[in-house]
Design a protein around this ligand. Structure first.
Ligand code: CTP
Length: 474
């Protein structure tokens, strides 16, 4: 018998054990908390407690023993109760046996033993329990050798994997997510069962799927997850836009790169430099417009004309389909996709001030994020090219700072207003005003005049003259 007192040294565990003893039930801490303790990860603040009896009664008893008598949220239908205590969220449930219908993730539930409860869990590493009763406080109950699997870094199911995944197909995503977060392997039998059950992902809500995708994306090396999704056939059911990027075509000896594997490299690259989930989404989607725009021209070879524009439109459809937020986060991803080639074009060429000014003007406050995306997009294996692009990006970054200090074109405000143009030339609202305003903006971006009032005013007068407008007499 192994005892792990260190894992449950927080006084809350002793208190739960006392409450359980008073009720005459057995109680255990189980699931993610135990797993993360053994992994030496930060132990989670949400703690799952299982009672061999009523979880709700145990929660009530625990609450009555806690200072401040915290509120309990009871979910009678699920037989669970939750207590928020300081920074902890304690989730109580009675041990249960579950059976599933084929068309639903909602099980039929009966009371069960600890073993029944452990059997119904997703992975061996998530089925470990530590006893909280005084008689065996800290004893580890690990019937499927989850500890050994943690050691071997393997994701395995307690039951036949076909049963575990078919019962609750969300677990297919969870397996891949844990493999990505923890850098673990999924046992072969499990991978096969996921492949066989791939179609069952259709009964899982989009929100849950996106939760898992977000966790995969926020892992240190997201490509692990996306290649597993690809390998098991889940990807085309969730993100067909990505699957469509896979493959290399060759016509008349001309090949294009495999944009799927390239995309995964970009996502891994960007994950080394940003924790911004939406920028990681932008990296994942930056090339999706390439599949529908791909063409072969005899003279110039493969083209993906306007793929950035097409891709940014696809972002909206994809977010809508997956019930993701259609708010400023989506607009940010769209903008990044839309602009994703801009700095690259700069970096291939001689970097001019006016090109950088235009970039800052168009990207606004997102210019640094855009640069981060574009640097991640360098996946060439040619060391000479790699060096050249990186160096040019350095120059672009420097120029952004210089141009910013001098010209302030980020969040550009026209130095001469429409009202002033109307007033000067005695104009009613008309297209001439737009023409003059545009010409001033263009002159500033091209570097013909500085972004200053006096210069813009002078320019306005000249432009007005060229348009045959008369200055209103004083
Ligand atoms: N569980 C399960 N099947 C699911 C979801 C959860 O068997 N589809 C079980 C697992 O034993 C899991 C526990 O419920 O450990 C708690 O689930 P949850 O809080 O969602 O996950 P954690 O394992 O705590 O991990 P994370 O917080 O990273 O999601």
């Amino acid at each position: 018998m192994q005892v792990h007192l260190e894992a449950i040294k927080h006084p809350i565990f002793k208190l739960i054990g006392e409450a359980a003893d008073e009720l005459g039930v057995d109680a255990y801490v189980i699931g993610g908390y135990v797993r993360d303790y053994f992994l030496k990860r930060n132990t989670p603040k949400d703690i799952d407690i299982v009672a061999i009896g009523s979880g709700i009664e145990l929660a009530k008893k625990v609450a009555s023993k806690l200072k401040g008598k915290p509120e309990i949220s009871v979910f009678k239908n699920f037989g669970t109760a939750m207590i928020k205590h300081k920074d902890l969220e304690l989730e109580f449930v009675g041990a249960r046996k579950e059976s599933y219908h084929r068309d639903s993730r909602k099980p039929v539930v009966e009371d069960g033993s600890l073993e029944d409860d452990q059997n119904r869990r997703d992975f061996t590493i998530n089925a470990m329990a530590l006893s909280l009763n005084a008689s065996n406080f800290g004893e580890l109950l690990d019937p499927f050798n989850g500890l050994g699997d943690l050691d071997e870094q393997i994701i395995r199911t307690p039951l036949e994997p076909g049963i575990t995944y078919s019962d609750d197909p969300l677990r297919m995503m969870r397996a891949i997510r844990f493999a990505t977060q923890l850098h673990f392997n999924i046992e072969l039998k499990s991978l096969q069962a996921i492949t066989e059950n791939q179609e069952r992902i259709k009964i899982v809500s989009k929100e849950r799927i996106v939760d898992e995708l977000n966790k995969i994306l926020m892992s240190p090396k997201p490509s692990i997850g996306f290649s597993l999704l690809h390998k098991t056939g889940l990807l085309p059911l969730i993100l067909p836009e990505l699957t469509a990027l896979q493959g290399i075509e060759e016509i008349e000896g001309q090949r294009h790169k495999d944009n799927f594997w390239h995309t995964l490299e970009v996502v891994d690259n960007i994950s080394e430099t940003t924790e911004n989930l939406w920028l990681r989404w932008a990296a994942l989607l930056h090339d999706i417009g390439k599949a529908p725009t791909k063409k072969f021209h005899k003279k110039i070879g493969w083209t993906f004309h306007a793929h950035e524009f097409v891709g940014s439109k696809m972002v909206y459809k994809l977010f809508k389909r997956l019930r993701m937020p259609l708010n400023e986060k989506m607009k940010f991803v769209q903008k990044m996709v839309m602009m994703s080639s801009r700095p690259i074009i700069l970096s291939e060429d001689h970097v001019t001030d006016s090109a950088v000014r235009r970039l800052v003007f168009d990207a606004g406050d997102n210019v640094e994020d855009l640069m981060t995306l574009c640097e991640a997009d360098i996946t060439t294996k040619n060391p000479k090219k790699q060096k050249k692009y990186k160096n040019n990006f350095k120059i672009v970054r420097q120029k952004i700072v210089e141009v910013e200090e001098r010209d302030h074109v980020r969040n550009f405000q026209p130095p001469v207003s429409g009202e002033e143009i109307m007033e000067t030339f005695n104009l009613k609202p008309s297209k001439e005003i737009g023409i003059i305003k545009d010409a001033i903006k263009e002159a500033i971006l091209e570097g013909e005049i500085p972004n200053e009032y006096e210069a813009a005013l002078q320019f306005m007068l000249e432009k007005g003259k060229a348009l045959n407008l008369k200055v209103k007499s004083e």
